[in-house]
Design a protein around this ligand. Structure first.
Ligand code: NPW
Ligand code: ADP
Ligand code: K
Length: 499
């Protein structure tokens, strides 16, 4: 507890010092009845000793006794929260330099209640200057990222031990701000009861990105077949094919109507337009912008032959309605929340239960796992945080992008990037050289890991492109243009630091 409190106090002091002098600055800690409140009180005691004006709002009749004694001994002032003073305390706290949210931690069941809920709801409206959450924002489920409102949005969350699953899945991650981990000596223990949710680091991604050998040729590099676009959505074909070319496919074969093919070739003269037998490919991308019977038929045919040949397939947008009864794990579905809701609704195994987009957005971790389990496929659920579930239940979470990436065509670029990675990895991934094992990944989860690599490359490309515009807005084309540089720098960084 002392290590946790010290880490928390250190982070709070640092954040305050970015804004003003620490001595004389005001901090209020919101204290619940459990150990989370104890951590908050011990941290506030340390801050009082460093000259901060400290107040504790005590939300329970009994709080951690030892921590309260330390807090009082350090000169802190306690106020009991009651229904009658919740509004008034909210106004007072909102004027503070920093608020520490230590109401509920990992032991919470359900959300904030009564006066605590009232206080937090009012505070959230008053937009306090700086909020630091102790371990996790109170009201958030540490295992799922599901949220019981109201929750006080944190600028920084200081979390102890391992990073909880709930801080890597929305809507929880969206409330947590920047997450900092304080090691407290229980990390080894956590490794063994891992929550099966994993975030790949830049170095993990460098280790998994395909790299051409010296004697590579275009066919050995990996050919991607693409059935995308249609008369109505020709742009999806243009974007996905170009992104696949930029992300390093050996070759891209495009199947689609002549009008779309002309636009595809105008942007990507490197691509081939296949009008009858598409020739050999190592992987397929089906569905981005696919509409109309003729193009759906092409996607269906390519899907059937891929299934028979055991080839990896990305199933995006329009092709999500063409799934076989059971998909193999090397089929990667790439829905956004709305598409996932529709997909789940169409599965016989979901039964009569209706799933809406709101349901998926409230419980993305639950539904992405459910979809992978029920279809047998790997499922990549797009969003601010993108979750990828292997049918084994192992989930990857990547959150490397910027909100400017919520722009039309962005998903088509992701599909192209993933297609390029799949085509390049398709042949080597089955006789893995140990890269997955070295990262502690099971080979059965390799498709999900590769999809997470694509999501991260896509997110990093968006972040880089926006940074090049001083944080300004993006088009899908701008995201795509940054992809080669992101892959190049991830590879270079990995080469510099590899063991
Ligand atoms: N190794 C570790 O574990 C470490 C843990 N550490 C710290 O401990 C924290 C976990 O502590 P914890 O177990 O005391 O849980 P926490 O959330 O503070 O309080 C639970 C209490 O609140 C109550 N309560 C429950 N739900 C409620 C609700 N909705 N609304 C109101 N009350 C509610 C419930 O009581 P009851 O429901 O029975 O009234 C229960 O007694 C963790 O987040 C981290 O900060 C660190 O020090 C590092 C090492
Ligand atoms: N708020 C956000 N922050 C970061 N990335 C986002 C956000 N919203 C969407 N994205 C990303 O942008 C892409 C949008 O894909 P999609 O919804 O399929 O759009 P489209 O079909 O128009 O291409 C996904 O990769 C998603 O992860
Ligand atoms: K908390």
């Amino acid at each position: 507890m002392q290590r946790a409190a010290y880490g928390l106090a250190h982070a709070v002091a640092r954040e305050v010092k970015k804004r003003r002098k620490l001595a004389g600055a005001s901090v209020t800690v919101l204290v619940g009845k459990g150990n989370n409140g104890g951590d908050g009180l011990f941290a506030a005691a340390l801050l009082a000793r460093r000259g901060m004006r400290t107040t504790a709002v005590l939300a329970a009749a009994e709080v951690h006794a030892e921590a309260l004694a330390a807090f009082v001994a350090a000169g802190g002032r306690g106020v009991r929260l009651e229904a009658a003073n919740a509004e008034e305390l909210a106004v007072l706290c909102a004027g503070d330099d920093v608020i520490i949210d230590a109401l509920l931690g990992t032991g919470a069941r359900g959300g904030l209640r009564d006066a605590s809920a009232e206080l937090v709801a009012s505070l959230q409206e008053l937009r306090p200057r700086l909020v630091v959450a102790c371990d996790l924002p109170s009201g958030l489920d540490a295992n799922t990222g599901e949220v019981h409102w109201p929750v006080l949005d944190a600028d920084v969350t200081v979390t102890f031990g391992g990073i909880k699953a709930g801080l890597m899945a929305d809507p929880g991650e969206g409330c947590a701000g920047r997450v900092e981990r304080v090691p407290i000596g229980i990390e080894k223990q956590l490794e063994h009861n891992s929550p099966e949710l994993r975030r790949l680091t830049a170095s993990d991604i460098g280790a998994l990105l395909p790299n051409p050998g010296r004697r590579a040729h275009k066919y050995s590099r990996g050919v991607l077949g693409v059935v995308a676009g249609s008369a109505r959505f020709a742009g999806a074909a243009v974007l996905s094919v170009h992104a696949a070319a930029l992300a390093g496919s050996g070759m891209v074969r495009y199947l689609g109507p002549q009008a779309a093919a002309q636009l595809v070739l105008a942007r990507t003269p490197e691509a081939l337009w296949e009008t009858d037998d598409p020739g050999r490919v190592q992987a397929w991308l089906l569905g981005s912008g696919v509409a109309g019977e003729e193009q759906l038929e092409r996607a269906r045919d390519a899907g059937s032959s891929a299934l028979a040949d055991g080839l990896p397939v990305i199933v995006d947008a329009g092709a999500l309605s063409l799934l076989p009864d059971r998909c193999p794990p090397h089929w990667i579905l790439t829905p956004h929340a709305g598409e996932l809701a529709t997909l789940l609704g169409s599965l016989p195994s979901t039964g009569e239960v209706k799933v809406t987009r709101d349901d998926v957005e409230s419980r993305p971790l639950h539904y992405v796992r459910q979809a992978a389990e029920q279809t047998g496929a790997t499922v990549l659920l797009k969003g601010a945080t993108t979750l990828v579930s292997s049918p084994s239940g192992v989930v990857f979470s990547q959150s490397d992008g910027t909100a400017w990436m919520a722009t039309a065509g962005s998903g088509d670029v992701l599909a192209g990037v993933l297609g390029a990675l799949l085509a390049q990895a398709a042949e080597s991934i089955n006789d893995d050289d140990g890269a997955y094992a070295r990262l502690g990944l099971k080979l059965e989860d390799r498709w999900a890991a590769l999809a997470a690599v694509a999501a991260s490359v896509h997110g990093r490309a968006g972040a880089l492109a926006s940074a090049n515009f001083d944080g300004g807005p993006l088009t899908a084309s701008a995201i795509m243009a940054a992809v080669p540089r992101v892959i190049g720098s991830l590879n270079a960084e990995y080469d510099r630091t590899r063991p």
